[in-house]
Write a protein that binds this ligand. Structure first.
Ligand code: SF4
Length: 614
C-alpha cells in the first residue's frame, strides 16, 4: 500500500503465548476502510457464533484507521470490537487520546487478542518487540493510578490502554481507559480484557506513517484547521467541550436524564451547567492527538481533593441529574471514583438510578440493599460512591448490579423502567417524545447508545424524514470511526466530509468518490447487523425495542405540540426504516439480496445456520 496504512496486523494468543503478524491487504482495506470497519470484519470472521463472551473464544480487536496518527484534524481515535458480555451481540467502543498514533508508529494497523492468560498479564509492544508480561504488580490497580504506575515503570512516552478492578472482577460494563481519563466505555469491552486476564496494552512506536501525496495532504489539513477555527462555535467548544450541551439539553430539548429518566428536565440543572463547572472546577483543557477543539476539561475538586478529566456531558447527565445530584464538585468526584474503578460512567449511573427508583418503589428491601444503604434516595453522593465500590468489587447488592440494568430488572421485576436497549444501558438523552432519536437508540448497533446516530436536535427542529435521517447518520457517524478520526469537528464545526475523503485519497493514492465511501459505510453497517444475526439465534425486530417508559409514561414538562411517541407509531417508523435499508421487516436482518449487493454474500450461510436454531 502506498500510504495511510502500515499494512500489518498483530495477533497475540494469550493461551498459547503465540505472537504473529499478518498482512493487511489493500483489497481488505478498500473493502472496510479500517478501524471500526476492519475490526468488525475480523470479529465477524473469527469469533465463533457460540463463543461465550466471557470465555477465551471471544476476541478483542483494537484497530486504527488510515487517517489515525496523521496530521488530519482530530485523528487520534482507536476502536475496540468484540462480542459484548452485556448482550452476546456486537460490541464496539472507541477512545481518543494518543493510542492510535502510537500503534501506527509501532507498525500495526490493528491488534487481535485471542485466548486467555492463566495469570494477570499485560501486552508490551515496542515496534517489532512484542511481549506478554506478568502484571502482578498492577493487580487491583485503578485505571488512573495503574496507568501512572505503568508509565513510571515503562516511561512517559509509552501509551497505555488499561482496565481497572471492575474488569478484573468481570463486571459486565467495565471500560478500557487511556490517557488518565478517556475511555472506550460502552458495551463491556473492558470486561473482555478482564476475562482474558489482560490488564493493559502498552505501546511505544518509533516508525512513521507513509503519505502518498504530502503536498495535497498539507493543503487539505490546512483547510480543515482554517474551517474549524473560523467556525463561530469554535471558542465555546474550547471553553466548555460537551458540557455546553447541559443547559440546552435541560431547558430546550428537555432531554437531560433526570431520576432514572423519569423526566428530561432537572430543576437544579443550572447548578451543573457548563459555565458553573468552568468557573468552579476546570483547571485546564485537554485534547486528543491533533485536535484544536480540546474538548477535554481537566478539573480539580477542592472539597474532595481530586483531579479528574471531566465530567463531560454524559457523565454530568448519568452521575448527576439522573441520580438527582446537583453539585458539580460531587459529580466530578463520582466521575473520578468511577474512572478509577474502571466502570462505564453511563451504565453505572443508569444502573444506580434504576436501583434508587426500585428501592423507593419498595421493590428492594432494606435487607437486600444492605444496612449502609438504608434510606437510599436521590441526591446522595456518599451512597452512590459506596454503590460504585460495591459494584466494582461485587460486594453485597453490587453483585447483582454488576450484571447490568437488564438483568437487575429481571430479578426485581422492574422491567418497565429498565432503561436499556438490547442489554446496554441508554446514554444521557431522555427521548420519549423524539421519534428519530428513539429509532436511533432502538437500532443502534451495540444497544442503547447514541454513537451511531444522534437525531435529537433533528427531532426538536421538526425534521420530517426520520427513518432516512437515522440511516444517513448510522452510515456517516460510524464512518468517522472507520477512518480513525473523531466525528466532532464535523458534527459541531461543520468540517465537510469531502475533506476526509480527499485526505484518504492523498494518504493512500486512491481515487475514492463520496458514493464509494458511503457504500463502504453501508457495508460496514450491514456487517454490524449481521453479527447479531450470526450470534443471537431468534434475533428479531423485538430486539429493536426501546423501554416501556418511553412509550407509555408521560411527564409534566411536555410542550403541547410534542406528544409521546406510542408503540404503534414507533413500530410503523421501524418498518419504514427496515424497508429503506433492505432488511427483513420481521427478523430485522439484512435480506440476502441486500447482502449480495454490498459484497457480503459470505454472511448468508451464517444467517441461515442461525435461523435453523430458531
Ligand atoms: Fe478528542 Fe474532543 Fe478533539 Fe474529539 S473533539 S478529538 S474527543 S479533544
Amino acid at each position: 500500500m502506498k500510504g495511510g496504512y502500515t499494512g500489518k496486523i498483530l495477533r497475540v494468543n494469550l493461551s498459547t503465548k503465540e505472537i504473529t503478524t499478518e498482512d493487511l491487504t489493500e483489497k481488505m482495506a478498500k473493502f472496510h476502510i479500517g478501524a471500526r470497519g476492519l475490526a468488525t470484519r475480523i470479529a465477524y470472521d473469527e469469533i465463533p457464533c457460540d463463543a461465550d463472551p466471557s470465555g477465551p473464544e471471544n476476541k478483542i480487536i483494537m484497530a486504527t484507521g488510515p487517517l489515525s496518527g496523521t496530521r488530519v484534524i482530530a485523528s487520534g481515535k482507536t476502536t475496540f470490537v468484540g462480542k459484548s458480555p452485556q448482550t452476546n451481540g456486537y460490541g464496539s467502543s472507541n477512545v481518543g487520546g494518543h493510542l492510535a498514533e502510537e500503534l501506527k508508529f509501532a507498525g500495526y494497523d490493528a491488534v487481535v487478542v485471542e485466548g486467555a492468560s492463566k495469570k494477570l498479564c499485560y501486552l508490551y509492544i515496542e515496534d517489532d518487540k512484542v511481549e506478554i508480561r506478568d502484571a502482578k504488580d498492577y493487580k487491583g490497580a485503578g485505571c488512573i493510578s495503574g496507568e501512572r504506575k505503568m508509565k513510571d515503570d515503562l516511561g512517559d512516552d509509552v501509551q497505555i490502554a488499561i482496565v481497572g478492578p471492575a474488569a478484573e472482577n468481570s463486571v459486565a460494563y467495565s471500560c478500557i481507559s487511556h490517557d488518565f481519563g478517556r475511555q472506550a466505555g460502552r458495551a463491556g469491552l473492558g470486561t473482555i480484557m478482564g476475562n482474558k486476564n489482560l490488564k493493559a496494552i502498552a505501546i511505544k512506536g518509533s516508525k512513521g506513517i507513509e503519505v502518498h501525496d504530502k503536498k495535497r495532504l498539507d493543503k487539505i489539513v490546512r483547510q480543515m484547521f482554517k474551517d474549524a477555527k473560523e467556525h463561530p462555535d469554535f471558542k465555546a467548544w474550547q471553553l466548555y467541550g460537551t458540557t455546553n450541551l447541559v443547559s440546552y439539553s435541560n431547558h430546550n430539548l428537555k432531554s437531560l436524564p433526570t431520576r432514572n429518566f423519569q423526566s428530561g428536565h432537572f430543576e437544579n440543572g443550572d447548578n451543573i451547567r457548563a459555565e458553573v463547572m468552568r468557573r468552579k472546577i476546570v483547571r485546564h483543557d485537554k485534547a486528543c492527538g491533533v485536535c484544536p477543539m480540546a474538548c477535554g476539561k481537566y478539573s480539580y475538586s477542592k472539597s474532595h481533593n481530586i483531579c479528574v478529566e471531566g465530567p463531560e456531558y454524559e457523565t454530568i447527565g448519568m452521575l448527576g441529574s439522573n441520580l438527582g445530584i446537583d453539585n458539580i464538585e460531587d459529580i466530578a468526584y463520582l466521575n473520578y471514583v468511577t474512572d478509577e474503578l474502571g466502570l462505564d460512567t453511563i451504565s453505572a449511573g443508569n444502573v444506580i438510578g434504576h436501583l434508587i427508583e426500585a428501592y423507593k418503589e419498595g421493590k428492594v428491601t432494606d435487607k437486600e440493599i444492605g444496612k449502609d444503604m438504608k434510606g437510599l434516595d436521590w441526591g446522595k453522593t456518599k451512597e452512590v460512591e459506596l454503590l460504585l465500590n460495591k459494584i466494582a468489587h461485587k460486594r453485597g447488592i453490587g453483585k447483582l448490579l454488576a450484571k447490568g440494568v437488564k438483568r437487575v430488572s429481571e430479578v426485581l421485576g422492574t422491567q418497565e423502567y429498565a432503561m436499556h436497549v438490547k442489554g446496554v444501558e441508554i446514554s444521557a438523552y431522555e427521548s420519549r417524545r423524539r421519534p428519530a432519536n428513539k429509532l436511533a437508540y432502538g437500532t443502534a448497533s451495540i444497544g442503547g447508545h447514541h454513537n451511531d446516530a444522534w437525531a435529537i436536535v433533528f427531532d426538536a427542529q421538526g425534521g420530517k424524514d426520520k427513518a432516512e435521517k437515522v440511516i444517513e447518520l448510522q452510515h456517516l457517524r460510524p464512518g468517522f470511526d472507520d477512518l480513525g478520526v473523531c466525528r466532532l469537528p464535523w458534527v459541531e464545526l461543520g468540517i465537510k466530509p469531502e475533506l476526509y475523503k480527499d485526505a484518504l485519497n492523498a494518504l493512500t493514492g486512491w481515487s475514492m468518490t463520496m458514493d464509494e465511501m458511503f457504500e463502504i459505510f453501508e457495508r460496514n453497517a450491514n456487517l454490524r447487523r449481521a453479527f447479531w444475526g450470526k450470534h443471537v439465534p431468534g434475533f428479531s425486530r423485538n430486539y429493536d425495542n426501546v423501554p416501556k417508559r418511553w412509550y407509555e409514561e408521560e411527564v409534566g414538562d411536555k410542550k403541547p405540540e410534542e406528544d409521546l411517541v406510542t408503540k404503534k407509531e414507533y413500530d410503523k417508523l421501524l418498518t419504514k426504516y427496515y424497508r429503506l435499508r433492505g432488511w427483513n421487516i420481521h427478523s430485522g436482518l439484512p435480506t440476502y439480496k441486500k447482502l449480495r449487493e454490498l459484497g457480503l454474500g459470505f454472511v448468508i450461510k451464517d444467517l441461515k445456520k442461525s435461523r435453523e436454531k430458531d
